[in-house]
Design a protein around this ligand. Structure first.
Ligand SMILES: Cc1ncc(C[n+]2csc(CCOP(=O)(O)OP(=O)(O)O)c2C)c(N)n1
Ligand code: SF4
Ligand SMILES: [Mg+2]
Length: 339
């Protein structure tokens, strides 16, 4: 049996596309890749966090000529990659506490700077990444992170946002979306799932610190993710990258739907993909057509109580209104698509 080869994929975001010009290829399609997060780790099948971290750190390795040190907050990424006494990391990597990855990153950057100055240079060629989950970033590590931003420390902080405390059994974080079922926001009562608050939008909070670079990305657009990491590594000072990483276990989604859900989060307007420099929005990834939020929510069991009978039409309408607000606020739709 023969199979049709879809050459039209050239120029798309297809993973590892060897048909592209070398400069446009993903890090993973290069034989020179560092493979920073190696095989053998214990992430669940379809884990968006494992995928996002592998691409982000490989891109940072490429951008720094492999002179990179990572500090990693407690969480799934740390636990699945380093079951004692093994490690999947192929770079100098340190496990911080749950809440102080940003401070540990700052300390490493300060030590590198002192060493560089003693050697007669103004700054170190070795760069620093601090990374953690949404719980470690938006909740317990928030103070350390804000300090890192405010001092403009030379660290790229990467948040892998799977929208709950997954490592400890899916508890709500301040990045958990409205109405999502978690172990601490059960789907019972008159207002099931996570309560509606103001949310804690870390990319916007990072922008309010007016740091040199803030960006959001998803694991659906890996070239975009790599580009943003490379851009971040070309800048000195505090930088923040917020990556949406679907979690099949916590979201109750199929492991083969990880990329699809990340794409739908962007296409519905639920997760705006943008860049900002010194507090000003500098680019947005526009969406091709307005996709109703139902398409994103339905495949996730954490939102199952919104559908069924009688369902929760008011909650669905509130989520749609949030997505529509993002579309307006970030100008996510091309002018000819706005109705
Ligand atoms: C001070 C402290 N409190 C609680 C914990 C337990 N703990 C470890 S990881 C984690 C949740 C991590 O959630 P998140 O940062 O979102 O990362 P994820 O596992 O979702 O990737 C918690 C509560 C801890 N290690 N230290
Ligand atoms: S629980 Fe979620 S984040 Fe953790 S390893 Fe599994 S899929 Fe990845
Ligand atoms: Mg999390």
């Amino acid at each position: 049996m023969t199979q049709v080869v879809h050459f039209y994929q050239t120029g798309t975001f297809t993973v590892g596309n060897r048909l592209l010009a070398p400069a446009q290829r993903s890090v993973q399609s290069s034989a020179e890749r560092s493979n920073a997060l190696n095989s053998g780790h214990r992430a669940c099948q379809g884990c968006g966090e494992a995928l996002g971290a592998r691409y982000a750190i490989d891109a940072a390795m490429r951008a720094t000529g492999n002179r990179l040190i990572a500090a990693n907050a407690t969480g799934c990424l740390e636990v699945f990659s380093t079951p004692y006494p093994e490690t999947s990391w192929q770079l100098p990597w340190i496990h911080s506490l749950f809440g102080n990855a940003a401070a540990v990153g700052t300390g490493i950057a300060a030590a590198l700077k002192v060493k560089a100055i003693k050697a007669g240079r103004t700054h170190s060629e070795t760069r620093v990444v601090a990374q953690g989950g949404d719980g470690g970033t938006t909740d317990i590590g928030f103070g350390c992170l804000s300090g890192m931003f405010e001092r403009n420390d030379d660290v790229l902080y990467i948040c892998y946002d799977n929208e709950a405390y997954m490592n400890t059994g899916v508890q709500r974080s301040s990045a958990t979306p409205f109405a999502a079922r978690t172990a601490t926001t059960m789907a019972v009562g008159t207002e099931p799932g996570a309560p509606k608050g103001q949310g804690k939008n870390l990319p916007l909070i990072a922008m309010a610190h007016e740091i040199p670079y803030v960006a959001t990305a998803t694991v659906a657009d890996l070239h975009d993710l790599e580009d943003k990491v490379e851009k971040a590594m070309s800048i000195r000072g505090a930088r923040y990258l917020h990556i949406l990483v679907p979690c099949p276990l916590g979201w109750g989604s199929a492991s083969h739907d990880t990329i699809k859900l990340a794409r739908l989060a962007r296409e519905t307007g639920i997760f705006p993909v943008f860049e900002a420099e010194h507090g000003e929005l500098s680019s947005v990834t526009q969406i091709r057509r307005r996709v109703p939020v139902d398409e994103y929510l339905r495949p996730q069991k954490r939102f199952a109580h919104l559908f069924g009978k009688p369902g929760q039409p008011d909650m669905l309408a509130a989520i749609q209104a949030e997505a529509d607000r993002n579309i307006r606020r970030f100008k996510l739709l091309a002018d000819d698509q706005v109705n």
